[in-house]
Write a protein that binds this ligand. Structure first.
Ligand code: ZN
Length: 192
């Protein structure tokens, strides 16, 4: 078990396209232990998710977990630990919602990003088993954010209204109350 260093915006690794992991590599002791380190690093930083590329390994693995209440994201519903290898994500409807996002690789910054409200997610789990799930609501935003990392994208690339950019303390001071209200509407509609 190890806590890995998280790359920060401006580090070119965050802009790379991560490469697929082969089925043989998934079962290797090195990959399995790396996945454990990725989970420990996410939990230690109170992240809702973490992609391998954020700890400077340009491979298509990311993890998501929210154990509510998460101090960084108190409005987020719980998401069980999900380990995704070579994930593919696609919208299943055109509906979107505005998500106030932050990122462990973008220190002290949050901004509004439009995310699909319902997505289909296909991936291999850590046992190499195919998984296929529909994710709805605020949780769908978390999965889209992590999958974007694997293609070298950061949430700041998707912010349309730069006026929404805010530090975390100013988020709490000026934007949180309204955003929590909006997020609760999405959560109550989709149940997640
Ligand atoms: Zn991120």
């Amino acid at each position: 078990m190890a806590i890995l260093e998280i790359a920060q915006i401006g580090d070119p690794i965050l802009r790379q396209r991560a490469v697929e992991v082969s089925p043989e590599d998934i079962s290797s002791a090195a990959t399995q232990s790396f996945i454990d380190d990725l989970i420990d690093t996410m939990r230690s930083a109170n992240g809702a998710g973490l992609a391998a590329i954020q700890v400077s390994r340009a491979i298509r693995i990311c993890v998501v977990e929210v154990r509510a209440p998460n101090p960084r994201y108190p409005y987020k519903p719980s998401i069980p630990l999900t380990i995704m290898i070579n994930p593919e994500i696609m919208p299943v409807s055109t509906e979107t919602f505005s998500n106030y996002e932050g990122c462990l690789s973008v220190p002290d910054m949050r901004g509004l990003v439009e995310r699909y409200a319902e997505v289909r997610l296909r991936y291999l789990d850590r046992d190499g088993q195919r998984q296929d799930a529909i994710i709805r609501g605020v949780c769908a935003g978390t999965f889209q954010h992590e999958c974007d990392h694997l293609d070298g994208k950061l949430f700041v690339d998707l912010v349309e209204d730069f006026g929404s950019l805010t530090t975390w303390s100013n988020f709490e001071r000026y934007h949180q109350a309204k955003f929590f209200e909006d997020a609760e509407k999405i959560v109550s509609r989709f149940g997640s």
